[in-house]
Design a protein around this ligand. Structure first.
Ligand code: PMV
Length: 304
C-alpha cells in the first residue's frame, strides 16, 4: 500500500516572538503544500528521499516516534516533494513532520486525531530544534487561520475568510533559532522593557483577532504595522524588511509587517483589491520578490 498526503505551509500574521513567551499569536496556513508519499517496504531500515526539506531529520524522527509508540518493526519508505523551497520560510520542516505522521498512521492503519498529530509533531520539533511555539505545526495540521497559544494550549479557528494579503520575500533565509535566542538574551538583560513590548504585541493579537472576525481589514492593517514597529524594537527586523514594509504602506496597504522570526524570510501586507498591484510593484522596487500564495488553506489531508 502506498499513500500520498500533503500539509500546507504557514505564515505568521501577528504575534511572533511573543508567542514563545506564552502570549497568543495568529497563524495562517498557505496554499503551498508539502507532499509525503509513504509505503511499507521489505527492508531492514527506513528509507527517506527528502530533497525539498532542509533536513530529513524531521522525517526520521517522526518515523522513529511513531514506530516506538505502536511498537512497529516494519520499515517504511518516505518520499517528499513540495510546492515551495525551504528557503522562503513557509515552514517546510513543520509541514513535512505533520504530513509524515499522517501518512504513516494511514499505512499502518492507526487512526491519529489531528490533535494527536499536532502533539506528536510538536515533540519531534522540540527534540530537533529545542525552541519553538509550535504555531507552524498547528497551521500545517489544522489549516485555516488560527488563534494559537504555545504548545497548542489554545488552537482556535478564526472563521473562513481568506485575508487579502500580499507576501514579499526578502531574498535571505531567516535563522529562526538565532533570533529566538537573541530575543531571549535581550529579555534577560532588559526584562521590564521587553515584557512591555510583548504585552503590547499581545494586545495587537487580541485586537487583530476581533478585526478578523469582524472583517475589519482597515484596523487589522493597523495592527500589522504596529506589530512591525514592536518587532523592530525587539531588534529582529532588518533594513530590507523595513524597506519592504514601508514601501507597501506608502503604496496604500492597510498595513504591513515582517512575518516570522525576522532577519529575513517574508513580509506580508494587507491590501484592498484596488491597491494590490501598486503594493506588489512597490515591494519589488525595493528588491522584494512577490510570493504567490493565498491563505486559509486546508490542513493536512490525504491526496491519493
Ligand atoms: O521564522 P518562522 O516563520 O519559523 O517563525 C518564528 C516565529 C517565532 O515566534 C519567532 C518562533 C516560534 O516558534 O513561534
Amino acid at each position: 500500500m502506498k499513500i500520498k498526503v500533503s500539509a500546507p505551509g504557514k505564515l505568521m500574521l501577528l504575534g511572533e516572538h511573543a508567542v514563545v513567551y506564552g502570549y497568543p499569536c495568529i497563524a495562517m496556513a498557505v496554499d503551498k503544500r508539502l507532499y509525503v508519499t509513504a509505503e511499507i517496504i521489505d527492508s531492514k531500515g527506513d528509507e527517506t528521499i527528502a530533497p525539498q526539506v532542509k533536513e530529513s531529520r524531521f522525517v526520521l524522527e517522526a518515523i522513529a516516534k511513531f514506530k516506538e509508540k505502536y511498537n512497529i518493526k516494519q520499515s517504511v519508505r518516505i518520499r517528499t516533494n513540495g510546492d515551495f523551497s525551504h528557503n522562503v520560510g513557509l515552514g517546510s520542516s513543520s509541514a513535512v513532520t505533520v504530513a509524515t505522521f499522517k501518512a504513516i498512521s494511514e499505512i499502518f492503519n492507526k487512526s491519529l486525531s489531528l490533535r494527536e498529530i499536532f502533539d506528536l509533531s510538536y515533540e519531534v520539533n522540540l527534540k530537533i530544534q529545542g525552541v519553538g511555539s509550535g504555531f507552524d505545526l498547528a497551521a500545517a495540521t489544522f489549516g485555516g487561520t488560527l488563534y494559537f497559544i504555545r504548545g497548542g494550549k489554545v488552537i482556535e479557528p478564526l472563521g473562513n475568510e481568506t485575508l487579502p494579503l500580499v507576501v514579499g520575500y526578502s531574498g535571505t533565509k531567516a535563522d529562526t533559532p538565532f533570533y529566538v535566542r537573541k530575543v531571549a538574551e535581550t529579555f534577560k538583560r532588559r526584562q521590564t522593557e521587553i515584557k512591555d513590548i510583548l504585552r503590547k504585541i499581545e494586545a495587537l493579537v487580541i485586537s487583530g483577532k476581533k478585526n478578523i472576525l469582524n472583517r475589519d481589514y482597515k484596523n487589522l492593517g493597523k495592527c500589522l504595522t504596529e506589530n512591525h514597529l514592536l518587532l523592530q524594537k525587539l531588534g529582529v527586523s532588518i533594513p530590507k524588511l523595513d524597506a519592504m514594509v514601508e514601501a507597501a504602506n506608502k503604496a496604500g496597504a492597510w498595513g504591513a509587517k515582517l512575518s516570522g522570526a525576522g532577519g529575513g524570510d517574508c513580509m506580508t501586507a494587507l491590501v484592498s483589491n484596488d491597491k494590490r498591484t501598486a503594493v506588489e510593484e512597490a515591494i519589488k522596487k525595493v528588491g522584494g520578490e512577490i510570493i504567490n500564495v493565498t491563505n486559509n488553506a486546508e490542513g493536512v489531508r490525504i491526496d491519493q
